[in-house]
Design a protein around this ligand. Structure first.
Ligand code: DAH
Length: 346
């Protein structure tokens, strides 16, 4: 047995190994499960007890030495092979797959572009807001349900029972930016405010606790509902196609009077009715209205001299309609297979 050990030792030492494939051959020959060293370990079972110690030690040293030779050669050969492949200027480059813009970013910039063509400038406001900008100055009554802890994420609330203008919260809509613009600028102005908003909602295919909105505001002398309608018609046709029709349904928002919701004709069925538009021919897109005189006054704008319109829309909703995505959660999972499909867009 000892002779066998020395035999294999000399054999292994004399092996000539020039590259990684020789090395792999070496590993299989000596160190694999059926390799020469393992076979010796199998034989070890038949060694008489009085020789076990001596032979056992010999075997372990042999295995260590061969393993050591393997490890050293591996390091040397790998770095050698890497260098030589770097020196090969004819080697084709590694494929670099280009990234893609997120669908929400694509739609966000499309919306901004459309309104920029009408002279709207982008304005932004903080995501962490106070009650004053999100609710009070927008004419939300103190007991309005949106102020409830169940709908709004509060960061600090002054009293458990009553709302307070100093309460700090995550904005539930981008309408808060309207207030900031009106407080800081003199009319006339046209502005759109894209941004993230937060609502205390259970996550599902149709709702998420974080999403994106774009708010629009136009204040000047003699701004009328007809201006609002024409602006929104232009927007709808730019975004959804020249054939698009719009319809305005009366609605209610505390900060606009009158208020409306806008639907666009369903592109898929051309208004005939399909499962996307739930056989109505129309898809709901945004909320809008004439800025309530109380809101103008609360923001130090003379409501006798100025009027204006406002509108607000969810970017995810528009993107869902544009790309026929039926589960909102897809926008937040960052699954490359989903995102890759937007490679060719803008
Ligand atoms: N802030 C509203 C919301 O989050 C959307 C909205 C509706 C904004 C009407 C407006 C508006 O500016 O006029 O649901």
């Amino acid at each position: 047995m000892l002779e066998k050990i020395t035999g294999i030792k000399t054999q292994a030492e004399s092996e000539v190994i020039k590259n990684l494939s020789d090395l792999e051959f070496f590993r299989i020959k000596y160190l694999s499960k059926k390799g020469l060293v393992s076979l010796l370990f199998d034989d070890f079972r038949n060694v008489p007890p009085e020789h076990k110690k001596e032979i056992g030690q010999g075997l372990n040293i042999l295995k260590q030495e061969i393993q050591e030779k393997y490890n050293q050669l591996k390091v040397v050969l790998e770095s050698k092979e890497e260098k030589s492949s770097l020196n090969d200027l004819t080697r084709p480059g590694y494929p670099i797959s280009s990234g893609s813009r997120h669908p929400i970013s694509i739609v966000r910039s499309e919306i901004i572009d459309v309104f920029a063509r009408l002279g709207f400038l982008v304005s932004e406001g903080p995501e962490i807001e106070d009650d004053d900008h999100v609710f009070s100055r927008l004419n939300f009554a103190p007991e309005h349900p949106a102020r409830d802890m169940q709908d709004t994420f509060y960061i600090s609330r002054i009293s458990e029972e009553d709302s307070n203008p100093d309460d700090i919260l995550l904005r539930t809509h981008t309408s808060s930016v309207q207030v900031r613009v009106m407080q800081n600028q003199q009319p006339p102005f046209r502005t759109i405010s894209p941004g993230r908003v937060f609502r205390n909602e259970a996550i599902s295919a149709r709702a998420h606790c974080i999403f994106h909105q774009v708010e629009g505001l136009y204040i000047d002398e003699n701004v009328s509902f007809a201006d609002l309608k024409q602006t929104l018609l232009y927007f709808a046709r730019e975004l959804f196609g020249k054939e698009t029709q719009i319809r305005l349904r009366p609605s209610y928002f505390p900060f606009t009077e009158p208020s409306a919701e806008m639907d666009v004709s369903c592109r898929l069925c051309g208004g005939k009715g399909c499962n996307v538009c739930k056989y109505t021919g129309w898809l709901e897109v945004l909320g809008c209205g004439m800025v309530h005189p109380k809101v103008l006054e609360a923001c130090n704008i003379d409501s006798k001299k100025y009027t204006g319109f406002a509108f607000g829309m969810g970017i995810e909703r528009i993107a869902m309609l544009k790309y026929h995505v039926n589960d909102l959660r897809l926008y937040f999972e960052n699954d490359i297979r989903f995102l890759d499909q937007f490679k060719t867009s803008l």
